[in-house]
Design a protein around this ligand. Sequence first.
Ligand SMILES: Cc1cc2nc3c(=O)[nH]c(=O)nc-3n(C[C@H](O)[C@H](O)[C@H](O)COP(=O)(O)OP(=O)(O)OC[C@H]3O[C@@H](n4cnc5c(N)ncnc54)[C@H](O)[C@@H]3O)c2cc1C
Length: 401
Amino acid sequence: MKIGVIGGGAAGFFAAIHASATDREVTIFEKSPKLLSKVKVSGGGRCNVTHKPMEISKLVKNYPRGEKFLKCVFTKFKSEDTIRWFETRGVELKVEADGRMFPVSDSSQSIIDVLLKEARKLKVTIKKSCGVKTIIPDPNGFKLDTDEGIFLVNKLIVATGGHPKSDSYSFLKNLNHSILDPIPSLFTFNTPKESLRELMGLSVTDGLVKIEGTKLTYRGPVLVTHWGVSGPAVLKLSAFGAQWLRDRNYVATALINWNGAFGEEEYSIHIRNYILAHPHRKVMGNSLFDIPSRLWEHFCIRSEIAVGQLFCTLSKKQINKLVQNLFCYILKVEGKTTFKEEFVTAGGISLNEVNPETLESKFHPNLYFAGEVLNIDGITGGFNFQAAWSTGFLAGIASSN
Ligand SMILES: Cc1cc2nc3c(=O)[nH]c(=O)nc-3n(C[C@H](O)[C@H](O)[C@H](O)COP(=O)(O)OP(=O)(O)OC[C@H]3O[C@@H](n4cnc5c(N)ncnc54)[C@H](O)[C@@H]3O)c2cc1C
């Protein structure tokens, strides 16, 4: 039996490896001359392979699109299985403080090497520079019109990744699956008119970022960049708000609470108590709430607090302004910047048309999908590769039965 896998990325390799069995001829068709190219550059060249294990109900919350579908997928293959798979093949993984997992070597090449070695061992045929232009359903399976001519396969796994343009999905048109418009996810916010940008490089560890007019609020580190704001809280917001922001052409108002442990009232009480305890301390130079001193100074200037002014001389208006800056800093977002460490495409094959137990198409028997070609995307932290391994595993196993 011939099994074709379109796409030589993480999902395609994992699917091909798990589809391989005696009397199964597995072939990967990869349009570019390179294999696993995203794995290579991922995580800044270190490859954030997965995330520290957690309960499935928590794990799926890291996927703005695909949460329900993945609940089923992860019961069969989750982070623990990924860790075990790589470790039994000699690639040990380590956990970082924020839960991200990387190969101990800190090199994505370790991941590439083990996938190539395993595919070679299982005699997977790899056709590079062999893009699939059209898929033609056939009574015996699928005819693939490729750069090297026509190939007939009995079963087919599509693992072609995400594409920024709808046109790029045209090679799938004969399959009649619905394709949700691709939109970018995981990006940082541009704030070209904001003076905050002058403070680039500084960060807070526990910020709370909100998009005005939505219920979207995320907590985590916030980083000020040359273009605007970034960091996990912003990236999470960009992923969950991907469609909303796209519909508004990335023009929005972001509201930042610079220390998520404090509410408006608590900021105010804390400042008043501080005034009573230390009336003769200078406001500038005495940052409160774990705020970096340059940021605190910026808030003081915006609150019209003079250099050298003492806490005991703060007016009610100045205190209110300071609290406003701390609790609800208003930023005009005008555009986005790709987050170079990791970016993904939301959209792709509609999940309603795919069986989450097997990744098989509900329209065509023997047709499977895996990886980012599906309308699945995760936030930053190893969740996107985890979805690729899990869906690739299930599609591979199901296709070889
Ligand atoms: C810079 C960057 C860094 C990232 N870092 C991380 C990270 O550290 N951790 C994480 O979890 N996620 C990361 N991601 C996201 C992650 O890389 C993707 O979610 C993952 O690679 C998806 O795997 P895939 O196999 O579905 O698709 P891809 O890796 O995109 O592979 C699809 C393959 O299919 C091929 N293809 C497409 N169309 C055709 C065709 N018609 N015929 C033949 N071949 C075709 C493509 O050339 C490609 O090689 C990162 C993404 C980027 C861009």
